[in-house]
Ligand binder design. Structure first.
Ligand code: ATP
Length: 337
């Protein structure tokens, strides 16, 4: 007979819609195999402080449709220290945990690998971040919902922008990657996308002049709004500063809007629920057959296993075809009119 395993789960880093669906799937799969499932609260803090509880199947009723995470998430600076890692391992040993599943981004996986260096249990990572920047998976849990949320918000902004023929700059999340900005910008027919793939802060002065010229031309030739989608952590001083620069240097009035944490919340869309569910079940099945040190992801609609050490080496880049289409065709359409 197979050993009765004790599997712990935690969610770490920025929360992402669909994390609850993954937790639910893990709990259901543990139940199916008669394993104990232990919830660890507040990310790695819960391991360090032994803030844990058995997750019964009833706990995951009615959570698939909820954003956020039942287990709470957190940053945990202590895990970056040797003492913190040791404290986390002490809890795992004391609680006789056989395997740990972490749902988070590359930082969370780096922490998981630090634990795995000195702990003999199995470790599995599931990609849970709205940023979609994890290498080895086509999509991360939360990305689909985050871009849909941003698209809905920008469609509303476009309505009011159209009514006044206004210029809007909308700053989107994504940390240091442009998956959200590029995909949302294309989906909202933004006149300009300023993101990591097509802009470096050293080009700010030239970009400002180009923007001003294009906005003048656009507004002279037709009654229209003009939308700039900007990735966060990129333009010096962010969207607000860009708006001030356009006003001060070119007398262009524009409204700046930082969409912020609204992109993290909300009920997960079908794509995130299904991805999270497949990966949650897959994680328990991988543990069942003795696997470890892997991230489970999805490529071409198939579940894939990628070494955790590989996923943290590089960030996944934005699809080149999308960037090229925006640069060579979509953006030029506005300029040529
Ligand atoms: P997101 O990109 O969505 O915010 P993330 O997992 O990359 O997700 P981080 O804040 O980078 O988010 O990391 C989450 C947690 O992982 C940190 O608070 C810390 O506990 C742990 N962690 C990150 N980097 C390391 C590291 N180098 N060593 C040990 N632990 C780490």
């Amino acid at each position: 007979m197979n050993k009765k395993l004790k599997i712990a789960i935690l969610t770490s880093g920025g929360d992402a819609p669909g994390m609850n669906a993954a937790i639910r799937a893990i709990v259901l799969a543990c139940n199916r195999y008669n394993y104990d499932c232990i919830g660890v609260y507040h990310g790695y803090n819960g391991l360090i402080n032994a803030d844990i509880a058995k997750l019964k199947i009833e706990a995951v009723n009615n959570i698939i449709q909820q954003g956020g995470t039942l287990l709470k998430s957190a940053r945990c600076p202590e895990l970056r220290t040797k003492t913190g890692v040791q404290q986390a391992i002490n809890t795992l040993i004391k609680e006789q945990i056989d395997a740990l599943i972490v749902i988070g981004g590359d930082g969370s996986f780096t922490g998981l690998l630090a634990i795995a260096e000195q702990w003999r249990g199995q470790v599995i990572g599931l990609p849970g971040t709205i940023d979609n920047d994890l290498d080895g998976t086509d999509y991360t849990i939360g990305f689909a919902t985050a871009i849909n949320t941003a698209i809905e918000a920008i469609d509303k902004i476009r309505d009011t922008a159209n009514a006044f023929d206004r210029v809007f700059i909308v700053e989107l999340m994504g940390r240091n990657s442009g998956h959200i900005a590029f995909n949302v910008g294309v989906a909202c027919a933004a006149e300009q996308i300023i993101s990591f793939e097509n802009f470096h802060p050293s080009q700010a002065e030239d970009k400002l002049a180009e923007l001003a010229e294009e906005i003048y031309a656009e507004q002279k030739s037709k009654d229209n709004s003009y939308l700039v989608v900007l990735a966060e952590n990129l333009w010096p001083g962010g969207a607000m500063h860009l708006a001030e620069q356009l006003k001060e240097q070119f007398n262009i009035d524009c409204a700046a809007c930082v969409l912020g944490h609204i992109q993290r919340g909300g009920s997960p869309v079908a794509k995130d629920r299904i991805l999270a569910t497949k990966l949650g079940v897959g994680a328990v099945q991988a543990i069942k057959v003795g696997k470890s040190l892997l991230m489970l992801g999805e490529r071409d609609n198939e579940i894939v296993e990628v070494a955790l050490s590989e996923t943290i080496k590089h960030s996944k880049t934005v699809n080149e075809n999308l960037v090229a289409a925006q640069q060579n065709i979509l953006a030029l359409t506005a300029r040529s009119n």
